[in-house]
Design a protein around this ligand. Structure first.
Ligand code: ATP
Ligand code: MG
Length: 686
């Protein structure tokens, strides 16, 4: 097969951990992989024992496929583990949350203060009728009160369902009703790009569409002048905004209820398998699913992965830029980091307010040591140019993380060089709402990273690559050989590289327990495609060293003249061209080839569109991968259609390229973007 496309993935050298990093790393012995593989359940029990349980479990794992129960019979409280136990251990004065508001206001909360505030919120929720097992919908800006409301729910045994503050009234309405929420916690508004997101007004609209289960609405005053009473963070120059309509008897001011509550609010000991939260997936592929997570297993895996993947130390200042409206904000702002007693930054607003250096100013201001963000943000920073990073002192950083989409090698290398000063390990972490916690990732003190590869399953996790017929074709399991070799050990084991479907072949503690209210869909979506294994929906390559390269969604794979070509590979080749900042490719129907590649690209600052640039970019792809991957169409655009969490929605680009009416756009951040693209594409065609 002489014309088999080669790959741009794996072109760059690998990056072994530095001796200095390894010497201080939380885990530096590659032996942990073999140990965990020999007894995965025992490995996870070891982590669970490091949490605080009101009652121990009698059975670590009950596995009746596809239903798993972890730490059965055990009782614990997630909030106690994230807050109270640190206070009891003498860390009450340690700063837990540094709330950086978009207008520049900073509020710090120590663990003792968090315990008191969370207790007050817990009592306030009880006063509004919330009890064990009830669902509370949370629609708030990314201020410290958001994680505290989540923890307050956990404290009293209620489940939260957080809806990202950028969602529309219809989306909020749908999620409130699906979860059957009894109380809605919202805010007057939140700051975004110097303006106000009118959360209360949108919440009112959502409720007006009919939410029969909602009894009370608790309204936090963030923007300050809402409801006629200036709040504590009132900022000079607040613009006019719509505060919604106050409904007496339904709506309750935070200031009228929370501060007067007692700080005595016992942590309810919860069953290990008690519902902790429902969270809707980000909706890249279609209708969002209400993913169900429970307490003991979820907390165990988020706790373990935070400690090892981010190499968390007591004096770190950690910053995960995700909003609590996404699973990353649940697992790597609230539960994992706080179970570890971290000090962290919680930032409310956008990365370009007041200027495009806001992230780097924030790193400098708070001395951030660990930064966890998304490829979409990284590619945006690349597009803006290095002047914004160069003017800030980023020397406090010691580790960088990425999550949410495949990270193109070019973006990885930029992140490593420009943000990390070539001294910070980069951990590219693959996981999803459904997995609850990180699944495939480097361990920064052990793994030699390869730009663009999420590398290896975390110890105690088993992933594999399956072919179309549902056969496990994983060439070798584990890259311990490679890892050990990088550390000066024996020669690595190798096997032939394979491309196929990613699978998880044994249950893991933080796995989803179902889709809320739809057990049939749970089986059908995740457990019917691969025999005996979990189907995440993503494609992967496993290279000679056993490293996993996540290639994007199976549904997005293109079939060009009989060759499977992944979007990730072509996009990485495009972004590899100096003129290209960001790219999305899709396969559109083609009479002869089956599918032809259509590429949508955003140019970097300083490059102009035109036939020459476009031809050069196409030629670059052909040069990097092979003529077969040369895009037939190339459209230069200003924006790509993305979900509100920043992921490219290729499904809509296929609609554009095939001249169809646009499919569901409700999870899109800016519906105007696809309409503009459609016009542009059609005029280029004509
Ligand atoms: P929906 O399931 O509703 O379409 P979604 O899959 O975007 O939405 P999430 O659970 O937020 O919702 O995202 C998980 C997905 O993101 C993964 O299945 C994968 O496709 C992608 N992803 C996350 N991290 C990585 C990574 N490090 N490398 C490659 N892909 C990643
Ligand atoms: Mg998904």
């Amino acid at each position: 097969m002489s014309d088999t496309p080669r790959t741009v993935l794996g072109d760059s050298p690998s990056f072994p951990p530095s001796d200095a990093f390894r010497a201080r790393a939380n885990v530096a012995d590659p032996g942990v992989y073999a140990e965990a593989a020999a007894d995965p359940v025992g490995f996870w029990e070891g982590w669970a024992r490091r949490l605080d349980w009101a009652e121990p479990w009698h059975t670590a794992l009950e596995w009746e496929p596809p239903f798993a129960k972890w730490f059965v019979g055990g009782r614990l409280n997630a909030c106690f583990n994230c807050v109270d136990r640190h206070v009891e251990a003498g860390l009450g004065d340690k700063v837990a949350l540094i709330g950086e508001g978009e207008p520049g206001d900073v509020r710090r909360f120590t663990y003792a203060q968090v315990r008191d505030e969370v207790s007050r919120i817990g009592n306030a929720l009880k006063a509004l009728g919330v009890g064990k097992g009830d669902r509370v919908c949370v629609y708030m800006p990314m201020v410290p009160e958001l994680p505290m409301v989540m923890l307050a729910c956990a404290r009293i045994g209620a489940a939260h369902s957080v809806v990202f503050g950028g969602f529309s009234a219809e989306s909020l309405h749908e999620r409130i009703n699906d979860a059957g929420a009894k109380v809605l916690v919202t805010a007057d508004g939140g700051w975004r790009r110097g303006g106000v997101v009118e959360l209360k007004r949108i919440a009112d609209e959502a409720l007006a569409l009919g939410c029969p289960t909602v009894e009370r609405v608790l309204v936090y005053e963030r923007v300050g002048s809402a409801l006629g009473a200036p709040g504590p963070q009132s900022t000079a120059g607040t613009p006019e905004y719509d505060q919604g309509v106050w409904v007496e008897g339904r709506d309750v001011r935070w200031a009228d209820l929370v501060p007067s509550q007692s700080v005595d609010c016992p942590c309810e000991p919860m069953d290990s398998e008690a519902l902790l939260f429902i969270l809707y997936t980000s909706g890249s592929t279609g209708k969002p699913k209400g993913i169900v997570h429970t307490t003991g297993g979820y907390l165990t895996q988020t706790y373990a992965t935070t400690q090892w993947v981010f190499d968390l130390k007591p004096d770190d200042v950690y910053w995960c830029t995700a909003d609590c409206g996404w699973v990353t904000g649940h697992s790597y702002v609230v539960y994992g980091p706080m179970a570890n007693g971290v000090t962290q930054v919680v930032y409310e607003g956008s990365p370009d307010t007041p200027d495009k250096d806001r992230f780097w100013r924030t790193v400098e201001k708070h001395g951030v040591t660990i930064l966890y963000t998304a490829p979409t943000a990284i590619r945006t920073f690349m597009k803006w140019g290095d002047e914004y990073t160069e003017r800030c002192d980023l020397s406090s950083l010691r580790l960088l993380g990425s999550v949410g989409e495949p990270i193109n090698p070019e973006a990885w290398l930029w992140y490593h060089r420009v943000i990390g000063g070539e001294r910070c390990p980069v951990v590219d972490t693959w996981w999803q709402t459904e997995t609850g916690a990180i699944m495939v990732t480097p361990l920064p003190g052990i793994t030699a990273t390869k730009p663009g590869s999420a590398t290896q399953p975390f110890p105690g996790i088993r992933t594999a690559v399956f072919d179309e017929t549902g056969r496990d074709v994983t060439p070798i399991h584990g890259a311990m050989g490679f890892v050990a070799c990088a550390a000066g050990g024996e020669a690595p084991a190798t096997g032939p590289a394979v491309t196929g479907i990613l699978a998880v072949t044994q249950p893991w503690p933080s796995m989803l327990r179902g889709i809320w209210g739809d057990p049939a869909r749970y089986r059908q979506v995740y457990w019917s495609r691969l025999p005996g294994a979990y189907f995440p929906g993503d494609g992967t390559r496993v290279d000679e060293d056993g490293y996993f390269w996540l290639l994007g969604r199976i549904d997005d794979v293109m079939l060009v003249s009989g060759h499977n070509i992944s979007t990730m590979e072509v996009e990485s080749a495009l972004v590899d061209h100096p003129a290209v900042a960001e790219a999305a490719v899709i396969g559109r129907a083609h009479e002869i080839k089956g599918q032809a590649i259509a590429a949508f690209v955003i140019l970097r600052a300083g490059f102009a569109p035109g036939p020459e640039t476009e031809a050069a970019i196409k030629a670059h792809v052909a040069h990097k991968i092979g003529a077969i991957a040369r895009p037939d169409d190339l459209v230069v655009c200003a924006e790509l259609p993305k979900t509100r969490s920043g992921k490219i929605m290729r499904r809509l680009l296929r609609d554009v390229a095939e001249g169809r009416a646009l499919g569901d756009t409700t999870t899109l951040a800016d519906p105007g973007v696809v309409a503009t693209l459609k016009d542009k594409y059609e005029s280029a065609e004509g």
